[in-house]
Design a protein around this ligand. Sequence first.
Ligand code: SF4
Length: 340
Amino acid sequence: MHSSILQTPLAHDRIRCEVCQWRCELAVGEVGRCRVRSHHDNAVIVDAYGLVSGATIGPIEDQRLWHFFPDAQVFSVGGYGTPLVPPNVASEALPYALLPEKARELSPERVVEFAQQRLCRGVLWTFGDPSVAYEWTLDGIKLGRAASRFTAIATTGYFNPELFAQMAPYLDGMRLDVYGFSAQSYKTLTGFDDWQSIFKIAAEARQKWNIHVEVALHVTPGVNDSDAEVAALAKWMRVALGSLTPLHILPNRVGDVQLDDATVQRLVSTAKTSGVSFVYGPAPHQITRCPNCTWVVVERSDGPTQLTGVIDDTCEGCRTPLGLRTSLFRRNVRYELASS
Ligand code: SF4
């Protein structure tokens, strides 16, 4: 049985779980907002430690990390629980949100062994959110790093900053799933008020720990699809994460309504003119061009991804740095951030 790694006893037999930014205060028998932790036996217990909601092997590009170990095979694995169930979505609609009566168990050791046996270059912790599957993810990431696998997470960024700082030294990559760049969008789509704390986690990942970050903006028609909001996100990315940080613009369907292609292309172009060099829409295979000389540097297709115009992580045509992460040993290579 695993207890929450950070918890604080309160008056009247309540305990506050400090693992993610919701900081749930739980009476005896109560379950946290993530639905995978509960208060019993005088502690907040991680009911979902090691229980697997999904596991798959494939190219890292399938997981929307496009500038991170291109063409690497990755073992993507994840548990249950999410800090984020949008107010208008039943948690039952999210396959990883609710803990089933029976679930397959995979120890962190077995996850890493499996990745090695299947010749995967790394492990991506995804599906259920690593910010609430924290202890299992942390144990696995440490073991993965010790086994020379790259380590990455796909997350909404709800980490308690103190706990993220414990994980960050072992982490190579992060896909940050965001729901806009305003209090109103976050309140509408996630019910969460302190939206800026999510972006602070990503800035710290990039600036303090030099973790490779890619941002996936989930666009909901009528909520976070304005040019002003996308421009604000792109400007923040340029300053906080660097202009070479990829942005993926991914439309969400609401009922029968989905963003049309013209709107998606307009948002892509808005993000580019606001300072982010690499902006991708939802299509699965897109080429990457050098932001300076437009040379084709990465080609993606149904087959293997090809670094056709890359030399030593720079453009073959003009030697402009591209900000690709291609080696565990190049983690100390830093790209400059914009000054404003
Ligand atoms: S991890 Fe779960 S129980 Fe703990 S604070 Fe977050 S939502 Fe609440």
